[in-house]
Design a protein around this ligand. Structure first.
Ligand SMILES: Cc1cc2nc3c(=O)[nH]c(=O)nc-3n(C[C@H](O)[C@H](O)[C@H](O)COP(=O)(O)OP(=O)(O)OC[C@H]3O[C@@H](n4cnc5c(N)ncnc54)[C@H](O)[C@@H]3O)c2cc1C
Length: 431
């Protein structure tokens, strides 16, 4: 591997400063209205940068129902009490105070791209010239978990929030000698290394606190989807005898036997039952419900197809989709969502002003970075890095192979760097 940690850190930190894309011009005098839906990594960044780069001629509103966005990034470390839940909550007040973004505490429910109207759950409507949709992910329904009460008993904790705390409490309360099952959905899903990282965090917790317990990882995919050498080493060496990894294990339904949970895995025409005491089932991911309601999920009926030059929807004019909901093939991760948001913000400001988005200088600077740090034990982490560049021939974002790499070993140094990297990303997104 010719990609070392120093190169990684350089690339990772460069990403947050990424596409300024030559913004010296300010938007036109008449006010244009940009509405952003979703205040997570993609939406909060987009609101901030459209407001900055658009100048006084652009008004920006951010629609988000939650007063506090809870970061998924680092949330696996809430499960073993390494990070306090409250430390991962971010409000959007800085976006208002520093950049003049109007905060609208509401939920978007419908949009008319031609009339430029966004309907909110409260019954009010916002007018827009450009709409940026960044609502994250949703899930396929799970047979056997048809009610909110049953869903709360089997938390996915794949959108950070109350389910993160539920899963943490279940792990803390389980008796020594009992079993946890973690399921991994078919790719693509949010954060490729995330479930394997969670498997390590839980296995490490069991090793230290409940040494007679074990974790079974049921992976719907045929192989580990990210950082295979770090995770295989962890599974086979660090957690040998404590962690059982089962590939090609797609959970098709869930049932209950008293206090025990049963995950049913497809096996040809029949099913195999896996029984446990704590079940962390992550259902198959898709774009958030809003993307489906707006008719934007044209990629496999799951994700929103977009033009990578602007993240404008392939099916609806004036609507852009960024973050995990987009279907370009870019990984679904917060760091790259932050980069996508800047490309989109730049394009939106250009489009509002009638400036081109396909200037050669801009095309050659469309380089996006994805980075993840993965805790492997209570004190060590590994990392993964990939860079994607615009390919004019295909019109797609393509991975730059020389940039692709993972840490040679998990280390305490990586663990410390993880917090610095996250702090920088949180600041660039929410402050
Ligand atoms: C355990 C875990 C660990 C992870 N670790 C990493 C990592 O190390 N590095 C990394 O890069 N990524 C990581 N990720 C992935 C990262 O968290 C996501 O990729 C990122 O959150 C996606 O950003 P987003 O803005 O698309 O969605 P989100 O951050 O989920 O934000 C979506 C927002 O939209 C709002 N919303 C939804 N519907 C509506 C609506 N109708 N109206 C208004 N608002 C709405 C929601 O309330 C939410 O605030 C991790 C994920 C998990 C689960």
């Amino acid at each position: 591997m010719n990609f070392n940690r120093r190169t990684f850190l350089k690339a990772a930190s460069g990403a947050t400063a990424l596409p300024l894309l030559g913004h010296v011009r300010h938007a036109r005098a008449a006010t244009s209205r940009v509405v952003v839906v979703g205040g997570g990594f993609a939406g909060a960044t987009a609101a901030k940068y459209v407001a900055q780069w658009g100048g006084p001629g652009v008004s920006v509103s951010l629609v988000e129902p939650d007063a506090t966005h809870v970061s998924c990034i680092l949330s696996n470390l809430v499960l073993n009490d390494r990070v306090k839940y409250a430390a991962l909550g971010f409000n959007h007040s800085m976006l208002h105070q520093r950049y003049g973004v109007e905060l609208v505490r509401d939920r978007a429910v419908a949009a008319d791209p031609v009339a430029g109207k966004l309907d909110l759950a409260s019954g009010s409507t916002l007018a827009f010239d450009r709409l940026i949709v960044a609502p994250g992910i949703g899930f396929d329904p799970v047979p056997g978990l048809g009610t909110p009460a049953l869903q709360a008993m089997v938390p996915h904790a794949w959108i950070a929030g109350s389910q993160t705390l539920t899963l943490r409490d279940q792990l803390m309360k389980m008796a020594n000698g009992t079993t946890v099952i973690l399921t991994i959905p078919k790719a693509p899903y949010r954060c490729p290394p995330g479930p394997y990282e969670r498997a390590c965090v839980i296995a490490d917790y069991l090793k230290r606190k409940k040494p007679r317990s074990k974790i079974v990882v049921l992976d719907a995919n045929p192989v580990i989807q990210a950082e295979p050498s770090a995770f295989l080493n962890a599974f086979n060496v660090l957690y040998a005898g404590r962690l059982e990894y089962v590939p090609n294990a797609e959970v098709v339904r869930v049932s209950f036997e008293g206090s025990r949970r049963v995950a049913w895995v497809r096996n040809g025409a029949s099913e195999i039952a896996y029984r446990c005491d704590v079940l962390n089932h992550i259902p198959r991911n898709t774009a958030a419900p809003l993307v489906h309601h707006l008719g934007l999920a044209n990629v496999g009926g799951r994700w929103a197809g977009v033009d990578p030059l602007s993240f404008e929807s392939a099916v609806a004019p004036n609507i852009h989709v960024i973050g995990d909901a987009q279907g370009t093939g870019l990984p679904k991760a917060g760091h790259i969502a932050n980069c996508e948001a800047k490309v989109c913000a730049d394009a939106v400001v250009r489009m509002l002003n009638g400036w081109p988005i396909d200037e050669p200088a801009r095309l050659s600077s469309l380089v996006l970075n994805s980075a993840c740090y993965s805790p492997i034990t209570y004190t060590t982490a590994s990392w993964l890095n990939a860079v994607f560049a615009y390919d004019a021939g295909s019109g797609l974002m393509k991975r730059v192979d020389a940039s692709f790499g993972e840490a040679e070993r998990h280390s305490t140094k990586n663990f410390e760097q993880m917090f610095k990297w996250a702090e920088r990303l949180f600041d660039d997104t929410f402050a």
